[in-house]
Design a protein. Structure first.
Length: 279
């Protein structure tokens, strides 16, 4: 039985992953992705979870607050947690601009520093999906949610645009740590049901499409993600200026973007929204 089946991951592996992922998400400018490309995702999750006044909310992998800030503006008592302090700093600035009050805490989704049952709502918006040990992260989502509380997640699907982007980058990317699972699996309903199991009830899963109108051409999408998106930056860095391989990946990502672009300059990116009640 491997680590992903038991939830157990050696401490040294977790430490290495924590260090690498903190650097990965601090690279580039993920807040630009959140603000310019996917701003609608966080509010959609907050609405689906019916977050409101009196709710104690934890956002896991909060980034710059795409879901945490709307939850705070809805009147909830919110903690935004993320592995990268740089993203939390950006979130603090955005929250101040929007008049939202919430707490920002550095935390690893594999080992959340919060008590059992501490939150009425635990949520993640394309965040926890990037914690490579899915069983461990799912266990933590469940643990910190009180009985009768809500758990909500948004993740890119394997067959949607971002899932295809990761498939395109995989042959060029650094190898994942032993026991890691690919992020878009969190966008597979069967996988999420298996992860959460009978610890939740009333699980509802819905595939939705995010309309993206930020890019006029596949090459524009590629160049934007090369400049600001941590996983794409890391993939190109791993190629170490191998001009032929860089050119291959350049062409493949541009072609992917062109395939999804409509004549009106819009794209649809598929994601899975899951809401469940802690048993």
């Amino acid at each position: 039985m491997n680590a992903t089946e038991t939830g157990a991951v050696p401490a040294d592996v977790l430490d290495t992953v924590r260090t690498k992922h903190r650097a990965l998400w601090a690279s580039g400018d993920y807040p630009a992705v959140a603000a310019e490309v996917i701003p609608a995702l966080g509010p959609a999750l907050v609405e689906a979870l019916d977050v409101g006044p009196g709710d104690r909310v934890l956002d896991v992998g909060a980034g710059s607050g795409n879901a945490a800030i709307p939850a705070a503006l809805a009147g909830a008592d919110v903690v935004a947690s993320d592995l990268a302090p740089e993203l939390l700093d950006a979130g603090r600035r955005l929250a101040e601009q929007r008049g939202a009050e919430l707490r920002w805490e550095t935390a690893d989704a594999h080992a959340l520093p919060f008590d059992d049952g501490a939150f009425d709502v635990t949520m993640s918006c394309v965040g926890v999906m990037f914690a490579p040990f899915h069983r461990l992260a799912a266990d933590e989502l469940v643990r910190v949610t009180r009985s009768g509380g809500r758990i909500g997640n948004v993740a890119w699907t394997p067959s949607g645009f971002i899932g295809e982007m990761f498939s395109t980058m995989r042959p060029y990317a650094p190898p994942p740590p032993p026991g890691a699972q690919p992020p878009p699996l969190w966008g597979d309903e069967a996988h999420v049901r298996e992860l959460l199991g009978d610890r939740v009830r009333d699980l509802r899963a819905e595939k939705r499409l995010l309309r993206v109108d930020r890019f006029a051409a596949g090459a524009e999408f590629r160049d934007f993600f090369k400049a600001v998106y941590g996983p794409t930056i890391a993939t190109y860095k791993f190629l170490d200026d191998d001009a032929a391989r860089v050119a291959e990946l350049d062409e493949a990502l541009a072609a992917l973007g062109d395939r999804y672009l409509r004549d009106d300059g819009t794209m649809d990116w598929e994601y899975l929204l899951v809401v469940a009640t802690r048993a």
